[in-house]
Design a protein around this ligand. Structure first.
Ligand SMILES: *Cc1c(COP(=O)(O)O)cnc(C)c1O
Length: 434
């Protein structure tokens, strides 16, 4: 029987994160303070982030040690498996080999704890007792709650009210890990109060929730803020995915022609692709890296590369990134984790200089791919991750046409067990491209 799963021993787990900044030769253009339009000072960032995180955000070191305590927490579920999708290959009748790295084995069900854990750890050693954040559908809120539970910090999650009410199960997970979750807008901040005064039935938005979390941070003692994507340090932490995948593919005796990841803020894509792009920058491989986004929020394929705010309320510094505009409100699609108007500055940089490609798909095509994956490989993928599956299937079908033996790697960023409302809509025939 052919080997389908490729594991690493605990001793083979990477002990450093890979910082692509060293090989790109420069950091992304600096964030700007919106009041002065000058590069943000360390003090602008230290109002919301602790020092060890800021150091990583601006680091140009190629390798950054993963602390022993973080490795210990990672070992709860890492190294994650690399699986060859042989049943999917057969169903497609493709000569291509398809591999996927499965990040749904984490306790929160996605790749997000890869960064939640080190972020909470660094805040803990910096003496911080409490972390705030926002969450849309709840993936990031669950990951941060899990990590705060591990290290004994208090977590406060502002969850977009319509998700809080319509998608209750991640809210329950947040509570089970001991965190506090408020529907946003809430009465716990001045900004939330103002929003509720204007409209008591306000459904909320990610921008409002970010504003509440930031206000809570700067008005509370021993409190900082944690971000689930976009920033350099988040992408850095996610590179454990690509490094493990590289070692596992070596065990499988293959090297990918193409590496695929879905993109919301860009962190799981950067995480899986950057360790391979290192080889490309060094001229050792010609690997393609493909970022997959929803057609309804086409940040890379239709956005502009310019300075923009990270949030709708325009409270964050300005970052140089691909953006649809900070006031862009993407249509409500089921891959909530991909509804972000902008893209990580590092992912924006590699896309802008031609190291990575991007493709956009409408959600019906994405759900068709998810159903084909469920029927063959059995795993029920998150709607976000299904974007990567769509692109992997299309690469495999192209290989079938040309007869080219191709090796495809995609990141399966999470499972869809808490996304049944999306699958129910699909099954009921209520899922459209809007
Ligand atoms: C949050 C999330 C994403 C999108 O975030 P990135 O920062 O682009 O990786 C993708 N997949 C899953 C399962 C998520 O929870």
């Amino acid at each position: 029987m052919e080997q389908r799963q490729f594991f690493l021993e605990p001793s083979e787990m990477p002990t450093k994160w890979y910082n692509i900044v060293a090989d790109l030769g420069k950091l992304p253009p600096p964030p700007l303070n919106p009041a002065t339009m000058q590069p943000a000072e360390q003090s602008d960032l230290s109002a919301i982030f602790c020092d060890p995180i800021i150091e990583q955000e601006i680091s140009t070191d190629r390798w950054i040690d993963i602390p022993e305590e973080v490795l210990e927490a990672y070992s709860m579920w890492r190294p994650t498996p690399l699986i060859r999708a042989t049943r999917l290959e057969k169903a497609l009748g493709t000569p291509a080999k398809i591999f996927y790295k499965y990040e749904g084995t984490s306790p929160a069900g996605s790749h997000k704890p890869n960064t939640a854990i080190p972020q909470v750890y660094y805040n803990k050693i910096a003496g911080i007792k409490r972390l705030t954040t926002e969450t849309g559908a709840g993936q990031w809120g669950t990951a941060l709650s899990l990590a705060c539970n591990i290290y004994g910090l208090e977590a406060v999650v502002y969850m977009v009210r319509c998700s809080y009410e319509q998608k209750p199960y991640r809210r329950s997970m947040i509570k089970l890990w001991g965190a506090t979750v408020y529907p946003s807008p809430s009465e716990h901040t001045k900004f939330g109060h103002t929003m509720l005064e204007k409209d008591p039935d306000c459904p909320g938005s990610l921008g409002i929730a970010i504003s509440e979390a930031l206000e809570d941070t700067v008005t509370s003692q021993n409190t900082k803020y944690a971000l689930g994507s976009v920033t350099n340090h988040v992408v850095l932490h996610q590179t454990i995915i690509g490094q493990e995948a590289k070692a596992q593919m070596e065990k499988a005796g293959v090297y990918p022609d193409v590496v695929i990841g879905c993109v919301g803020g860009g962190s799981n894509f950067g995480g899986v692709a950057f360790p391979f792009l290192k080889d490309k920058i060094e001229g050792k491989s010609n690997v393609r890296a493909v970022a997959v986004e929803p057609a309804s929020c086409p940040t890379l394929t239709k956005g502009e590369y310019k300075y923009d705010f990270g949030d709708t309320a325009q409270m964050t510094p300005l970052f140089k990134m691909y953006t649809l505009g900070a006031d862009y409100i993407p249509p409500s699609i089921h891959a909530g984790g991909l509804r972000y108007h902008a893209m990580a500055p590092l992912v924006s940089m590699v896309y802008n200089n031609g190291l990575a490609e991007a493709v956009a798909y409408p959600q019906t095509a994405v759900f068709q791919a998810a159903l084909q994956f469920i029927a063959t490989e059995g795993i029920i993928p998150a709607p976000e991750s299904s974007h990567a599956i769509r692109a992997a299937i299309d690469e495999a079908l192209k290989a079938k046409e040309t007869g080219e033996p191709k090796t495809i790697l995609f990141n399966l960023s999470g499972h869809g067990h808490v996304d049944m409302y999306a699958y129910d809509a699909y099954l009921a025939g209520n899922l459209t491209d809007g």
